[in-house]
Design a protein around this ligand. Structure first.
Ligand SMILES: [Zn+2]
Length: 98
């Protein structure tokens, strides 16, 4: 269970870094929610130093409903959700990271 939590936090941190690198501010990323298995996590902006903290929402079960129009996200990395120009690069996105 500990490993699972760490893994989800790593995914979120990776996602945050990519968004920051692509020019987004921590303020716009705040309140983003993440679903990993049955864990629901949220990015909370620390007002004192402007950093993003990952908080875990106390829920028993998470159910994600996909809209039909969202099913064709072929060029989106299944791992971090980043969009890519090709399906291949989307597959390779997080494949080689630890
Ligand atoms: Zn990725």
């Amino acid at each position: 269970m500990t490993t699972k939590k760490l893994e989800s936090e790593q995914l979120i941190e990776r996602w945050v870094v990519r968004r920051i690198v692509s020019g987004e501010s921590t303020a716009t990323l705040a309140n983003t929610a993440f679903v990993y298995g049955n864990d629901l996590m949220r990015l909370v902006l620390d007002r004192t130093d402007g950093s993003l903290q990952i908080t875990r929402e106390p829920v028993e079960e998470v159910v994600v409903f996909r809209k039909p129009e969202e099913r064709d996200e072929e060029n989106v990395c299944r791992c971090c959700g980043m969009e890519h120009s090709t399906f291949k690069s989307a597959l390779e996105c997080c494949a080689y990271l630890d």
